[in-house]
Design a protein around this ligand. Structure first.
Ligand code: NDP
Length: 310
C-alpha cells in the first residue's frame, strides 16, 4: 500500500491527497524538472502538485501538464493542484491567481494559499518579488496581511477559479485573528514541520479548528538533513524502509499532508509505502525537536510573523 493513495478530507467537503510533490526547483535542477514531474505523475502515481507564483516554474509546469493531458496520460480532474499568492502581490491576489492560471494553462486550482502573512512594497506586477533597500533589508508595505486573505475569500465566493483557500506560515496568533475577523476557515495551513520542528501547539490548534496541516521541508530542504537523524535511520531499519519513508509517514499517519521534493527520478518512481509507525515511534521522533528545535527555512522576511524558533 502506498501513502500516495491516502486522501484527507478538507473543510469545504472535498479531499486532498496526503502526499503532494513539491515543485521548488533550484536553478541547476531546471533541466531534470520535466522528467521529475512526468515521473511523479505517470510512474509513481502522484496526484497532488504544490506550486506557487514565486517558484518561477508555473510556465514549465503548465507546458508539462498540457502535454500529459493531450497524450491522455492524466485528466485535469484527477489532479489536485495548489498555487500561492506571494507577499509582493499581497494587495492583489486576483492578479497573482490570474498570472498563475495563465502560466499553468488551467481554468482553476484546487487550493489557493496566502504564501506568507506579510506585505512587501513592490510594483503592481509584484516586482521585485523581494524588495530590499540599499542595506539589503526587506522593504515591507504598511498594509494589513489579513486583507490578502479577505480578498481571497471574495475570489472563493464569487468565481470558479479556486475550489478551496488556505494559508501558509501562519502562527497561532495570526490564525486567531483570521478566525475572529473572517467567515471562511482556511482549508489548510502549510508550514515547516518534521521531527526536529514538531510545533505541537500549532498542529493541535489547526486540527482543533478543522484546518488541515501541510508539512513543508519534511526532509529539512536541500541536502535532506532530517533523513540523517539516528532515530529516523533506526526506524527505517526496524520497518525495512528508507529514512525518507519514515519522514513521510511521520505526517501521513498523523492525518497531515506532506510535500516532499525530489528531482531524482529513481527516488520519485519508488514513491512512499505506508509504514505502521506506532504512537511511541511518533512521540520518540517528536521528542528530538522538543529537546532541540531546529528550523531549516529561516528567510529573513519571516522573522516577525510570530512563528516559534524563527
Ligand atoms: P524537502 O524538505 O522536500 O527536501 C528536498 C531535498 O531532499 C532535496 O535535496 C532532495 O534531493 C532530497 N531528497 C528527496 N527525496 C529524498 C530521499 N528519498 N532520500 C534522501 N534525500 C531526498 O525540500 P523543500 O524545502 O523544497 O520542501 C518541499 C516543498 O515544500 C517545496 O518544493 C514546496 O512545494 C514546499 N515549500 C513551501 C514553503 C512555503 O513557504 N509555503 C517553503 C518551502 C517549501 P533530490 O532532488 O536529489 O532527490
Amino acid at each position: 500500500m502506498s501513502a500516495l493513495d491516502i486522501r484527507i478530507p478538507l473543510n469545504n467537503g472535498t479531499s486532498i491527497p496526503a502526499v503532494g510533490m513539491g515543485t521548488v526547483c533550484p536553478e541547476d535542477k531546471k533541466g531534470p524538472f520535466k522528467k521529475a514531474i512526468v515521473t511523479a505523475i505517470v510512474d509513481a502515481g502522484y496526484r497532488h502538485l504544490d506550486t506557487a507564483w514565486f517558484y518561477g516554474v508555473e510556465e514549465d509546469l503548465g507546458d508539462i501538464l498540457q502535454e500529459l493531458f493531450q497524450e491522455g496520460k492524466i485528466k485535469r480532474e484527477e489532479l489536485f493542484i495548489t498555487t500561492k499568492c506571494w507577499p509582493s502581490l499581497w494587495n492583489n491576489p486576483e492578479k497573482s491567481l490570474n498570472d498563475s492560471l495563465k502560466s499553468l494553462k488551467l481554468d482553476y486550482v484546487d487550493l489557493f494559499l496566502q504564501h506568507w502573512p506579510l506585505t512587501f512594497k513592490s510594483d503592481a506586477n509584484g516586482q521585485p518579488p523581494v524588495p530590499r533597500d540599499d542595506n539589503g533589508k526587506v522593504i515591507f508595505d504598511d498594509g494589513d496581511f489579513l486583507d490578502t486573505y479577505k480578498k481571497m475569500i471574495d475570489i472563493y465566493k464569487n468565481t470558479d477559479k479556486v475550489k478551496a483557500i488556505g494559508v501558509s506560515n501562519y502562527s497561532i496568533g495570526n490564525l486567531e485573528r483570521l478566525l475572529k475577523e473572517t467567515d471562511v476557515v482556511p482549508a489548510v495551513n502549510q508550514f515547516e514541520l518534521h521531527p526536529q520542528l514538531p510545533l505541537q501547539d500549532l498542529v493541535d490548534f489547526c486540527q482543533d479548528h478543522k484546518i488541515v496541516v501541510e508539512a513543508y521541508s519534511a526532509f529539512g530542504s536541500g541536502g535532506a538533513p532530517v533523513t540523517k537523524l539516528p532515530l529516523v535511520n533506526e526506524l527505517a531499519k526496524k520497518y525495512n524502509v528508507t529514512p525518507a519513508d519514515i519522514l513521510i509517514n511521520y505526517h501521513t499517519v498523523s492525518g497531515r499532508v506532506v510535500l516532499p521534493r525530489s528531482q531524482n527520478p529513481e527516488r520519485i518512481k519508488k514513491g512512499y509505502p505506508k509504514v505502521p509507525l506506532t504512537k511511541e515511534d511518533l512521540e520518540n521522533l517528536a521528542e528530538i525537536g522538543e529537546l532541540k528545535p531546529t528550523r531549516y527555512i529561516k528567510e529573513d522576511w519571516g522573522k516577525d510573523i510570530g512563528m516559534p524558533y524563527w
